[in-house]
Design a protein around this ligand. Structure first.
Ligand code: SDX
Length: 430
């Protein structure tokens, strides 16, 4: 809080609005007093609006900073692993040995899905987009778990968190296996979280699956980098859905749906599609010209960000991970990666991109990395949703555990018709 006020004056009145200060001194003006006077603010896309208070993640777009519970993302990506990050985001502190052992066991023991869920998949066309299947199956989980849906009960919230974190890799892998006509693979408790996912994705009944520690580490790092990102579009969707008292599975399903859009979590799939569309280094200038053209809807996918006006700190780490995977898989000279590097180099020198501060975001490299891991483009956003589930559930839990939380209900600027009387069809002009 702060002891200062902001004063706004309009219609011959002055209103004092409290100034709020965050941990890093970011200044926010509390506009609640306006509402009490029947006045609203107008901010389509919430570019200048904080919808909540949170202690989970901090982003500084100008300095390219991302902190999970105060820890810099580069340190976490270097020294931690995804399940430890899950504990950190959910509980606010890094776990000690006993805590991470218990947490890992709880997640591990929830990785299987109810056998009836297998029937859901048979209802989908084989060529259904895996995100469509994911939205449906995750939303339907609440049909199975009546025993822990009281959002006011901390134990129920904890159980829902375990179930969602544990089952997302199993469901994601099932989406991939079903699309490709392959038998589902059961989770194996001997594997780490990332290894288990790769095992469920790629193991074949006809041969022994062997884990590759470099690829498993890269997969775990991709999960870490995508785990949370404060009030992005899908997290805000989860919070708004949760503010109505909806169960956590329904809220996470809403978040998955919001993430699907190409401007958000669908960007990594869109990056690969764009690179294939460009096809050759010689065509980069043509596409940069289109990206600069206001009359052309083409956007350079994987570039720009609503908050980061400096380099996306995740992109730096993702770029190195991308190199590691390409080297391990032996495709350093992958034409798509070389095209991506040349596109990055040219775009970062282009005056339009420099002036508008459009830098590569995490999605620019994650798509190429996932492709090198053998994951098809239609699974990229599914993996983003898998990783982001812990962020969504952390924000949902932070909100519903605050006794003062209220249903979210944005207002509008109405510019439609003024009041008018009904006209019978006989009297309407033809
Ligand atoms: C994610 O919010 C999050 O935190 C999201 C995310 C997360 O972890 O949850 O970080 C994940 O969604 C990353 C972003 C992935 N999306 C893409 O890569 C799609 C391509 N990027 C654009 O669609 C765009 O950059 C957005 C949607 C990401 C941001 O859009 P904004 O808020 O409109 O961007 P801006 O206001 O900073 O744009 C400034 C200008 C605009 O032109 P003017 O109106 O000023 O003339 O730059 C233009 C934009 O039109 N612009 C681009 C561009 N991105 C912005 N022009 C060409 N190519 C682009 N990629």
């Amino acid at each position: 809080m702060s002891d200062k006020n902001a004063t706004i004056t309009f219609d011959n009145q002055s209103i004092d609005l409290p100034i709020l200060k965050g941990t890093f001194g970011d200044t926010l003006i509390d506009i609640n007093p306006l509402g009490k006077l029947g006045d609203f603010t107008y901010d389509p896309g919430f570019t200048s609006t904080a919808a909540c208070e949170s202690k989970i993640t901090f982003i500084d777009g100008d300095r390219g900073v991302l902190l999970y519970r105060g820890y810099p993302i580069d340190q976490l990506a270097e020294h931690s692993d995804y399940l430890e990050i899950c504990y950190l985001l959910l509980n606010g502190e890094l776990p000690n040995k006993e805590q991470i052992k218990a947490f890992t066991k709880n997640v591990t023991l929830h990785t299987m899905v109810h056998q009836q869920i297998y029937q859901f998949f048979n209802g989908f066309r084989r060529d259904a987009h895996p995100m469509a299947v994911m939205v449906g199956v995750v939303g339907a989980l609440s049909a199975f778990y009546h025993d822990a849906l009281d959002i006011t009960d901390p134990k129920h919230r904890e159980t829902a968190a375990y179930r969602l974190i544990a089952k997302m890799p199993t469901i994601a892998a099932m989406c991939y296996r079903y699309y490709n006509g392959l038998p589902f693979v059961q989770p194996q408790n001997e594997y780490s979280y990332a290894e288990n996912f790769l095992h469920m994705m790629f193991s074949m009944p006809s041969e022994k699956w062997v884990s590759n520690p470099v690829l498993a580490k890269a997969m775990d790092r991709i999960f870490i980098l995508h785990a949370d990102h404060e009030q992005n579009a899908s997290t805000s969707t989860v919070r708004l859905a949760g503010s109505t008292g909806a169960n956590p599975f329904a809220c996470i399903s809403a978040g998955i749906a919001a993430l699907w859009g190409p401007a958000h979590g669908g960007a990594n799939e869109a990056v690969l599609n764009m690179l294939h569309q460009i096809g050759d280094v010689s065509r980069i200038p043509e596409f940069l010209k289109r990206a600069r053209d206001k009359n052309d809807s083409f956007r350079l996918m994987g570039f720009g960000h609503r908050v980061y006006k400096n380099y996306d700190p995740r992109a730096k780490i993702m770029r190195q991970t991308c190199h590691d995977v390409l080297a391990e898989v032996g495709v350093q000279n992958d034409p798509l990666f070389k095209l991506a590097m040349e596109l990055e180099r040219i775009a970062l020198e282009d005056p339009y991109f420099v002036e508008k501060k459009l830098y590569p975001n995490v999605d620019f490299y994650s798509g190429i990395t996932l492709s090198a891991l053998g994951i098809p483009t239609n699974m990229f956003t599914v993996i983003f949703a898998l990783a982001r589930t812990v962020g969504w559930i952390s924000h949902w839990s932070e909100m519903v555990s605050d006794p003062s939380f209220r249903i979210g209900r944005p207002r509008q600027l109405y510019t439609g018709a003024a009041t008018r009387d009904f006209v019978s069809i006989a009297k309407r002009s033809s």
